[in-house]
Design a protein. Sequence first.
Length: 309
Amino acid sequence: MVNVLLFPGQGSQKVGMARDLAERFPAARDTLAAIDEALGTPLASLMANGPEDELQQTHNTQPAILAHSAAVLAVVGDRLGPVAGAAGHSLGEYSAYIAAGSLTAVDAARLVRERGTLMHRAGTERPGAMAAVLGLPGEAVAAACADASAAGDGIAVAANFNAPDQTVISGDPAAVTAAGERCRTAGAKRVLPLKVSGAFHSPLMAPAAAGLAAALTGAAIADPRFPVVANATAEVVTTGAEARRLLEAQLTAPVRWVESVKTLAALAPEVRFVEVGPGTVLGGLVKRIVPEPRYLSLGTADEVERFLG
């Protein structure tokens, strides 16, 4: 069986994350310590003990989730067997590049710390909003956003195509509200506002993308050992230069998760989706995209110990 790796993004964080990994596995503990040193902050303690309001801040949340995934990789990396490819949801794409050998855990943590800081700043300078639309095809959600934008309420876009019936919209608050109303009229079951610090994966993140481009230019990004599917295109990336370009584009482009999962599923005749990091959100999405997928979660110490046998 061939594995494809999935790495979670923002929303999978919680106080206590990775604490059991650090307690049971020296490799995980060492990885978390190296990231702490690189960032100059006790991130591992914040992950394990909180306070929650500090963990929820974007500039902490993003490296925390990546650090959890990197800690798991440090323990299981050489036991994953054949890997056909990987993908990560939003910031999880950086974790995918760690798995593929393009980025070190320390360099990736520095990048996502800067990414989170830039995104928060962009959201402060131009406040935005996001909302999850449930029970409506992504194409209809995108059309509702286009109509709301054309009406002069600001910018609204389909930002995350998470599942065939779950799409997140992003943009100026008035436009997101108007697009949500259009989605309800079109038959959406629910439109749920999200607690975020900005309009992620929308044109409102353009100032953050400019800053991130400079950070990516200074980072060493090697060609991946196996294909990584990019959020922005849902196509495989095979060079470091392409990875750098698409990680920058990712901030203002939609997360094409439905297409990305389908791309991963097509990389080999029989694949098993392995979610590496906190939570099982991506596993739930995969089950709504691929019929009867093989799936494994590697996020807790117990799950890792069972996998290692």
